[in-house]
Design a protein around this ligand. Structure first.
Ligand code: 5GP
Length: 216
């Protein structure tokens, strides 16, 4: 009978890229925050943007705030995993920190729109897990948009129209969560993460591990 080797080769996990997209008002930010608090193996990607910081936003934490020339230099140098124009500003995901995190087995969470998600699917399909969050109803979406910003009717109408556009991309995502209850939605994201982390191809070194288990 073959003896089991004492020191089995180690298996480690390549991190994954978790994209959460939704129309504004569907609850994505609340879900992201809860997830980041509860799970130390996932960190938020910090995007670059050409828009000005809002009060309370910190450079390097909320965004890397860049001028347009610097942003364009990075685009030309191929330093973004994806980039897009949203409203009147440019946004992009710097590649280097994401690649370092994935290689070290850390997962990365992205708050990007459907345009960015499409590019990520083209550039990094194997690492990508894309979740779309939907509001439970039109009335609830409108209620959340109104209660949040106390915006003028006109602004709310524009956001509702934009939400309609954004939601038309639901088929491009791997998973859909209807956000009726935040706790249940967070639990659903955690369940998806738990399963995706066990995917065969994310477990690096499995071939050698199993070979040794079999006494080869
Ligand atoms: P805000 O200016 O309100 O922070 O973000 C506006 C929109 O830009 C949001 O819909 C957000 O998902 C999107 N966004 C933020 N960062 C990125 C990014 O790096 N890439 C893409 N494609 N969209 C982003």
């Amino acid at each position: 009978m073959t003896r089991m080797p004492a020191n089995l080769p180690t298996v480690h996990r390549r991190g994954l890229m978790l994209v959460l997209s939704s129309p504004s008002g569907a609850g994505k930010t609340t879900i992201s925050r809860a997830l980041l608090e509860r799970d130390e193996h996932i960190t938020m990607s910090v995007s670059a943007t050409t828009r000005s910081p809002r009060p309370g936003e910190i450079d390097g934490r909320d965004y890397h705030f860049l001028d347009i020339a610097r942003f364009q230099t990075m685009v030309a140098a191929g330093e973004f995993l994806e980039h897009a124009r949203v409203f009147d500003n440019y946004y992009g995901t710097p590649t280097a920190p994401v690649e370092a995190a994935l290689a070290s087995g850390q997962d990365v969470l992205f708050d990007i729109d459907w345009q960015g998600t499409q590019q990520m699917a083209e550039n990094a399909r194997d690492d990508l897990v894309a979740i779309f969050i939907l509001p439970p109803s039109v009335a609830e979406l409108e209620r959340r948009l109104r209660s949040r910003a106390q915006d003028a009717d006109e602004v709310v109408r524009k956001r509702m129209a934009k939400a309609g556009d954004e939601m038309s991309h639901w088929r491009e995502y791997d998973y859909i969560i209807i956000n009726t209850d935040v706790d249940r939605s967070v639990a659903a994201v955690e369940a998806i993460l738990a399963a995706e982390r066990l995917k065969r191809d994310r477990q690096v070194g499995m071939h050698d591990f199993v070979s040794r288990l079999r006494g080869e």
